[in-house]
Design a protein around this ligand. Sequence first.
Ligand code: ADP
Length: 425
Amino acid sequence: MGLLLAIFSGSAWFWFEQSLRQDLDRHLALHLRVLQEDFASRYQAGQEPGPIRVADGVRCSIFDPKGEVVFSTSGTPLPNRPSPGAVSLDSGDRMRTSVVRTEEGDWVVAAALGEGEMKAELNEVRAYFFLFVPLLLLISGVSGYFVIGRALSPVEEIRRRAERISRSHLTERIPLSEVPGEFHDLASTFNDMLERLERAFEDLENFASDVAHELRTPLANMRGTLETSLQEKEPPSDDLLHSFAEEIDRMTRIITDLLTLAKLDLRQYALERKPVSLTSLLEEVREIWTPVAVEGGVELTYAPGPEEVSLEGDAVALRRVWMNLVENAIKYNRPGGKVKISLRQEDGTVLVEVADTGYGIPGEHLERLFQRFYRVDSARSRSTGGAGLGLAICKSFLEAHEGTIHVESVPEEGTTFTVKLPLER
Ligand code: ADP
């Protein structure tokens, strides 16, 4: 604002000075013309060049063809310095000259007008600017402070709430009804951010208690059994030791999976980028799971599509994705059920479907299915050894390959998982 005013005042000042000077020069030109005509008529009449009548404030000097002053108004004569336009003299006057041609030679008529009046006017304007500009700045500063303060008070409110928000205050929201219309977007963005933070903290808390539960319960069971056998002074049976070994394997798998997920989250999982034939990889997965499927009375088929499909990626990670999807499709199935793996290419993407005719998943679970430790039916899943980390790992591995995973399911009819991966990355 101050800068704008300074620029405005500077240009107004410049423009004003220029127009005053042009005015002065115009007047001077008029006076000179009168003086020149006066001199010419006197010369033609054979009269002496002076004394010429001059207007108030105008000085005049006339020089003969030899350059000698033949007439001058009171004071020192003007300098004999003919030039086409007006010039400023050291005395502070503006001077203009005119040459009158005669048979004797060139006579010079010079006229000058003082700049005093113009300077006085300029000084007046300058004084006005010096008073007016700071006053205007002061008024606009003070009123701006109040106006902006009022206009920004909702922002101040948002800031105060943001300051108050801590882990235990994440339920706090800004009531949109108390915020003026122009700040609705800001307030609702802020509320959305709080919503996301609240959910993230909730997930984190659930995750920590899930980890504790998954590991603490079996450890407490094992400890209880061992204590009883110590008290009864009876060594544990082979069966008990086998079940301990299985439980330890299960816990080790959970810890390894959690580490994998943590590394993927932190982008510290070193994924390879080598050509992988999905056509053969899926055939391998089918071969590995066929005995388990046969044992469960489930028919496992694979439709590889007409052409060989390859992409750049990490074979181990990708194998893990489909090992898990096919395992689930067999695990959550019934004797006589079917599992079909199919592979096809479409507009630069690879689509792999794993469709089963198993128990299906009720709609309300689909949204949270890929969350860590999420199990639809804990009892059924736990009996099959699952901790609910498999799908979370699938999703993270696929995201690391810029891929996606999508699920559709009809309870009691079956489930289809569709993986999409870009052919080129
Ligand atoms: P888990 O190790 O428990 O199988 P996952 O993350 O692989 O964990 O799967 C999470 C849950 O999703 C499972 O517990 C199961 O309830 C459900 N689920 C996954 N795949 C299927 C499927 N093909 N049919 C029915 N339910 C499934």
